[in-house]
Ligand binder design. Structure first.
Ligand code: GLU
Length: 420
């Protein structure tokens, strides 16, 4: 990562650009530059060895103009204030571009879940939830999984919040275990949305999915489900990677086997996986492969001024949040690389989170088929709308997505007017 990278500045840049095109004044977008609420908390935890350790955590609500704040909780050693601010703002525009009635929020704890026991992760989760409890709730701010968290963590958050309230509150978090009101299809939703988006862009360009080569950076929840579904759609996934590095095979990797290997043990990494004909590559090399579609599904700022010139993919589908720094956007556009932006491409997760919340509030449950169909019915038209406006505006898909999203947020703000 370069030292000057500030993800929040990246968000402000693209928002201002869209606002200019839309003809909004500085006053129209001034409030969007500031998160509505930022909470920093200290989380003391009794570790397995008996010592006490204090972790740092955040919950930030960027906007609640269009509805309750919505967005995940990240457990990662690199979590910091500017990152969480940016992630919260991206949620505001993500929810707006797919038109679900939420604002944007995000939270995180500076910790490395790979070096913690389950008891320690649960203890961090419970104390963190208690610390942010004044801010969250089904009508205020609804957390969900993100990098380093999962359904189990959401279950503990829901339990902690419910214990504090004295009654069961299903709708306070989404991405919960199914037994606690989690939506069927939620765990695969982000990857499924990436799959719909990838198919949509290939269709627009007249490219046959069969034998389309794909490289995926990141084998967490999003990367692995994306790999599974794209493979199932007949695409040739030639490279995947995780924190331990990547693997490449020109004729296509055996994705089901890889996923099976990774799921056998929480600590299994690609560095321990073997397959005939594969070679080991670094994460940096994966990004620069000559493939049709590159899918960054890990962290921010992976494609930046340092490597953008060397990107050889024709299409980038951003499954991660903020994988392309703004400086790289210009270089990629100049090279003719088509970038499908994060706020559209990875919105499937929060869309099905919305479905989960709707089901929780009404105490109903939908089948997985219903969820997947409703997801497609949101993702496909959202893609069409972004595609059309980008063509009309003669700009990138990112600018197009922000034209739609910024307009929705600003119009909601205007309709509410400034209180008091
Ligand atoms: N963390 C996911 C994201 O970045 C999901 C958020 C949610 O479901 O609220 O979109």
């Amino acid at each position: 990562m370069n030292n000057t990278y500030n993800p929040y500045d990246n968000v402000l840049k693209v928002v201002s650009e869209a606002a200019n095109i839309l003809g909004y004044t500085d006053s129209d977008i001034e409030a969007l530059k500031y998160p509505e609420r930022e909470l920093k908390v200290a989380i003391p935890v009794r570790m397995d060895d008996g010592s006490t350790k204090v972790f740092e955590g955040y919950r930030i609500q960027h906007s609640t103009s269009r509805g309750p704040a919505k967005g995940g909780i990240r457990f990662h050693p690199d979590v910091n204030l500017d990152e969480v601010k940016a992630l919260a703002a991206w949620m505001t525009f993500k929810c707006a571009v797919v038109n679900i009635p939420y604002g944007g929020g995000k939270g995180g704890v500076v910790c490395d879940p790979n070096k913690l026991s389950e008891d320690e992760i649960r203890a961090i989760t419970r104390r963190f939830t208690a610390a942010i409890a004044p801010l969250i709730g089904p009508e205020q701010d609804i957390p969900a999984p993100d990098v380093g968290t999962n359904a189990a963590v959401m279950g503990w958050m829901m339990d902690t919040y419910s214990m504090l309230k004295g009654h069961c509150v299903h709708g306070v978090v989404t991405g919960k275990p199914i037994e606690l009101g989690g939506a069927l299809g939620r765990s695969e939703a982000t990857g499924r949305g990436v799959m719909f988006t990838t198919k949509n862009v290939l269709k627009k360009l007249g490219i046959d999915p069969e034998n389309t080569t794909v490289a995926i950076q990141g084998m967490g929840n999003v990367g692995s489900i994306t790999a599974k579904l794209l493979h199932r759609e007949g695409m040739k996934v030639v490279a995947v990677s995780d924190v331990s590095g990547g693997i490449y095979k020109e004729s296509g990797l055996n994705i089901p086997e890889i996923l099976d290997y990774l799921s056998q043990n929480r600590k299994n990494l690609l560095s321990g996986y073997e397959e005939d004909g594969m070679t080991r590559i670094s994460n940096a090399e994966l990004l620069e492969l000559d493939v049709k579609v590159l899918i960054p599904a890990a962290l921010e700022n992976q494609i930046n001024a340092a490597n953008a010139e060397r990107i050889r993919a024709d299409i980038i589908v951003e499954a991660a949040n903020g994988p392309t720094a703004s400086e790289a956007d210009d270089i990629l556009a100049g090279k003719g690389v088509l970038v499908v932006p994060d706020i559209l491409a990875n919105a499937g997760g929060v869309v099905v989170s919305y479905f989960e919340w709707v089901q929780n509030i009404q105490s109903v449950s939908w089948t997985e088929e219903t969820v997947n169909e409703k997801l497609k019915n949101i993702m496909d038209p959202a893609f069409e709308a972004v595609w059309d406006i980008s063509r009309k505006n003669n700009g990138t898909l990112r600018t197009g997505a922000y034209l739609i999203a910024v307009k929705r947020v600003v119009e909601a703000k205007k309709a509410r007017a400034i209180w008091p």
